[in-house]
Design a protein around this ligand. Structure first.
Ligand code: AMP
Ligand code: MN
Ligand code: MN
Ligand code: MN
Length: 276
């Protein structure tokens, strides 16, 4: 079983259409796949059709942006019903405000001498309501302000950098409830990416469990190999089920390609076992 349960398409901030992502996953040996665009289920039909035509098992997915303790946390919703109305309404409310935030990011960057970024970023997406920092990063690289998207985040768009504009996303309790009520399983995405103290991590995990959460990503393209081990230990300590996903966005972006991560440690319970 080569499961890759986290990646993005042009429906959010990926470079390839859902069917192209499916082909790439299949070419890399993925047998169980999920497309998890940010706050958006618009790619699910195309993803499922393409996956099944290629002989891959498909699980509908989404990655919800959450504000927890004033910081951004991502919650993957796995095997959700993509037509569930409360989930669709919640995602729409979560996306709402991306356009205004994009304008504010453009103004913040103009104030440090980098003009016209909002218009520039819009060239990388059709939908102003889906505009994300990734689109700004692609523009800033293309315009020569940075070497790579990770360089852009380190210098301009990361927390506390000149182009960072705070935003209120969904509440953790709401995101977990939307996912569970849509028949899905909430998974804390890439915990190693959050700049939390041990006390904050414990509070996040405890709240997540209290709301009914029981799974975290362990092996993800957003973790280093050291973090695979660190969050495998967290999964053991909390009794969490574990997930695996590349968080693939496009060629030359991110650490690993679809399907090419190491397997989960043998002693962990894969979150996908119940759907096989
Ligand atoms: P947003 O939802 O608009 O705040 O954008 C968040 C997106 O930016 C994430 O989903 C990633 O695709 C991307 N991102 C965040 N941090 C980094 C980073 N350090 N390097 C590259 N991409 C990043
Ligand atoms: Mn992204
Ligand atoms: Mn994420
Ligand atoms: Mn992601």
């Amino acid at each position: 079983m080569n499961a890759d349960l986290h990646c993005h398409s042009t429906v959010s901030d990926g470079q390839f259409a859902p069917a192209e992502v499916a082909e790439r996953a299949h070419a890399n040996g993925v047998t169980l796949w999920s497309l998890t665009d940010h706050d958006q289920l618009g790619g699910q039909k195309e993803a499922r059709t393409a996956a099944e035509a290629l002989g891959m098992r498909y699980l509908p997915g989404v990655e919800i942006s959450v504000t927890w303790a004033s910081r951004t946390v991502h919650i993957v919703g796995m095997n959700v019903d993509p037509e569930n109305e409360a989930l669709l309404a919640g995602l729409e409310a979560t996306r709402n405000g991306r356009a205004a935030r994009g304008v504010a990011i453009g103004e913040a960057l103009a104030a440090v001498g980098i003009p016209d970024c909002y218009q520039g970023a819009l060239r990388f997406t059709d939908d102003p309501d889906m505009i994300s920092r990734t689109h700004f990063a692609r523009y800033l690289v293309e315009a020569g302000y940075a070497q790579s998207t990770s360089d852009v985040f380190a210098r301009y768009l990361g927390d506390g950098k000149p182009g960072f504009v705070g935003h209120r996303w969904a509440k953790l309790a709401d995101a977990v409830k939307w996912i569970k009520d849509a028949g899905g399983e909430p998974i804390i995405a890439h915990p190693g990416r959050y700049d939390f103290t041990p006390v904050e991590f414990a509070a996040l995990f405890d709240e997540f469990i209290q709301f009914g959460g029981r799974a975290i990503e362990v092996v993800t393209g957003s973790h280093t190999p050291d973090q695979y081990r660190e969050y495998a230990d967290v999964a053991r300590r909390y009794g969490f089920e574990a997930s695996r996903g590349s968080d693939f966005h496009g060629a030359g972006e991110g650490r690993v390609d679809l399907g090419l991560l190491p397997p989960l440690p043998d002693d962990l319970t894969p979150v996908w076992e119940r759907w096989l």
